[in-house]
Each structure stands twice: as C-alpha cells, then as structure tokens.
Ligand binder design. Sequence first.
Ligand SMILES: Cc1cc2nc3c(=O)[nH]c(=O)nc-3n(C[C@H](O)[C@H](O)[C@H](O)COP(=O)(O)OP(=O)(O)OC[C@H]3O[C@@H](n4cnc5c(N)ncnc54)[C@H](O)[C@@H]3O)c2cc1C
Length: 391
Amino acid sequence: MQAVLDVGIVGAGPVGLCMAALLLRRGLDVAVFEKRAGAGSQSRAIGIHPPALAVLESIGAAVPLIGSGVQIRGGTAYSAGRKVGSLDFGLPGAEYPFILSVPQAVTLAVLEDRVAQLGSGVLHRGVEVLDSAPTDGGLLVRGRRADGAGPAEPFEARCRFLVAADGARSGLRAALGVTPAVRSYPDHYLMGDFHDGTPYGSEAVLFLEPPGIVECFPLPGGIRRWVVRIGSPDGEPSASGLAALIEERTGALVDPASNSMLSAFGVTSRLAPAMVHGRTVLIGDAAHELSPIGGQGMNLGWLDAAALAPLLERMVRAERGRTDPTLHTELAELERARLRAARKASRQAGINMALGRPMPPPVLRLRNAIVGRVVRRPAVAGFVARRFTMH
Ligand SMILES: Cc1cc2nc3c(=O)[nH]c(=O)nc-3n(C[C@H](O)[C@H](O)[C@H](O)COP(=O)(O)OP(=O)(O)OC[C@H]3O[C@@H](n4cnc5c(N)ncnc54)[C@H](O)[C@@H]3O)c2cc1C
C-alpha cells in the first residue's frame, strides 16, 4: 500500500516550489513532481513585487533573493530624448519600497534550496504527471518517470489533494477537461540582456516612441534587460538586430557581443474559468497566463499559493479527523478572489501594452503631455505606483 501524501504538487516552477515551501512550513507531507531532469537556466521572469516579497519572507526566501537582486525604486519615461514623467515605487510605510530584479534561474535556485531545507526528498525530477483519478478519500496521480538513461517507467502516487502548477500549457488542466478563455494580442516583443553601459543605474526606463515602446530594467551583475515592441515577428532574432533597434529608437548603444539572453515572443492570455476542480486546484500560469508586459504572472501565482496554503492545511487536518464545515465556502471565496486578482492583473497588462503601441508623432506628443501632467499629481502617482507594484 502506497503512503498517502497530504498534497502532491505538479511543476517545480516558481509557483510550485513556493507552494511546496509554504505547505512544508505548515507541517504537511508534500511531494513536487517535475518533468524536467535538471533546473532551468533561462531568465524569463525578473520582477518581484512587494506583496510577493512578503510571501517569500514567510518561507525564508526574501533575504537571499534581496541579497542577489537589484532594488528598482522608481522608473522614468522619456520620449524623443525628453523626460515625460517619473514614478516612485516606494509607497509610504511600505516594508519593501522597491521592485526587486533577480534572474529567474536565481529565484528558482533559492526556492529549491528552501524546499530542500524544509523537507528532504520532496522534489522528484524526471516525473511527468499525465492525469489523476479519484480513489478512496484522495487521488491516484499517474504519469511516467525517466532517469534520462533508460526508457520511461510508469509512475503512481497517492495524495489527498493535488495542486497543478504545471504552467501555461497545463496538461493537468487539459486532463480535467478545463478549457481556458484564450485571448491573443497584436503585440510582439524582442527581449535581450546586455552589459549595462547606460547612466540609468537601478532605475527602470521607458522610451515612449512613435514606432513602439522600448523598456529597460537593471539586473544584477551590471546587466540590463531591454524589451522592444515590434509589429510582427521578423525571422530569427539576433543580438545585433535588437541592438540596432534599441539605438534607432532611443539612441542608446548596447554591445551585441555582451548579449547573454535573447528571446522573441507574442502575447496570449489564458484564464481558466475555475481553479478548484474536486481535489485538484490550478494555480499560477496553469490558472491564469498573463502578458509578460508588466511582469506580474509569477507574482500572481505566488499570491495564489499564499492564499491557498492555510486552507489546504485546514482541509488536510479536517480529513485527518477534525471536520470544518466552513471550508468549502472559504475555498469558493478564495477562488473568486484569486480569479478577480487575475482579471485585474490582466487588465493592467493590457494597459501597459496599449501604452507601448505605435502612434503618429503628434498623437504621441499629446498623449505623453497628458501622462506627464497626470503623474505629477501625488494622488494619481500613488495610485499608478500601487498598480505597478501590485498593491
Ligand atoms: C518573457 C517573459 C518575461 C516574464 N517576466 C515576468 C516578470 O518579470 N515577473 C513576473 O511575475 N512574471 C513574469 N513572467 C511570467 C512568468 O514567467 C510566469 O508567470 C511564471 O513562470 C509562472 O510560473 P509557474 O510556476 O506557474 O509556471 P512555469 O514557470 O511554467 O513552471 C511550470 C513547471 O511545471 C513543469 N511541468 C509542466 N508540465 C508538467 C507535467 N505534466 N509533469 C511534471 N511537471 C510539469 C514544467 O517543466 C515547469 O518546470 C514572464 C514571462 C515571460 C514569457
């Protein structure tokens, strides 16, 4: 007879690992199943917002991440070489008056380390989960395990509850028959990390230019990430092509030879109609994939995990003997609140993308003048900063 886990988690991305650490802190018996054999080295998500830092602090991950990152305390927008406006991310009384910039690989390494410190043998790499089926008082999780050498072997585990944190193309979501609402946007972007030779220090900078926005953000190690909006994908991206676009639109010179990451992406959002499906809960990108513009997806997933952890603990303890009749109502409330948060973040990402679309120069000048005047008002600046920092 296989031991029954309290909670099985599918996916060792940032959201699955955070969920595991939160549940381990609460004394639950947890396992994480990850199909990849090794840790990822790609750098997608870099921005960690203040509410998410509070969650990371609760699992002991905030201090090492802050020690490895750059604190972005504000941002400035320019257009045609002139300053349009500035925004301070430090809200009055905020514990973390900044957005933290850390390469995703570092974030994953810190989270994996925390999980390993909180419980041994929790992360199972090389295990691809295919589906789950109800069993007596729980779920039978089915998949396959590959060690990279021989052929994959069937894999099974039993758990009371399953958390699907298996990303935007969630196989578990599909296996449950859940169809997300999909929206494609007309926006495409080129993104690259280069040696930072700019004078912007630890500031985020937006260039609002007629052919489309250019954004740049500091990363640790004297690196800056550049994101350029393009009309449509134009063949294979190249570091020299991106450097040329940056120079053309902003005048900034970046050295193509210093490029350490290059990516081209279009934008699709996917919102699951519900997160709770019997004993399985979808969180992170599996529940809501957002546009990367605005950098909220990973943060939103961590906030899902933080909201879900105390309820899962109570559900597990209720099944162990102490029943709690309010749990299902609370779970339904949690689902409504998290889907509301996802819709709000998706709208914010939509506004961010609209701000960066191409515009005829006279219209852009007028729009920028209005934006510049509006963000000079302290009340409006506070509101915009709260939206940008996910408060
Ligand atoms: C270019 C870009 C920039 C971004 N920048 C930011 C940013 O600055 N800030 C921000 O908050 N967000 C950002 N995002 C969004 C962010 O990357 C995602 O929201 C985040 O990675 C979602 O985390 P997740 O753990 O839910 O899913 P994922 O990161 O996709 O992780 C899912 C994990 O599940 C595993 N898996 C999948 N299927 C299975 C299976 N069947 N069995 C076992 N394992 C499985 C995968 O291998 C993977 O490790 C960005 C996204 C992009 C594309």
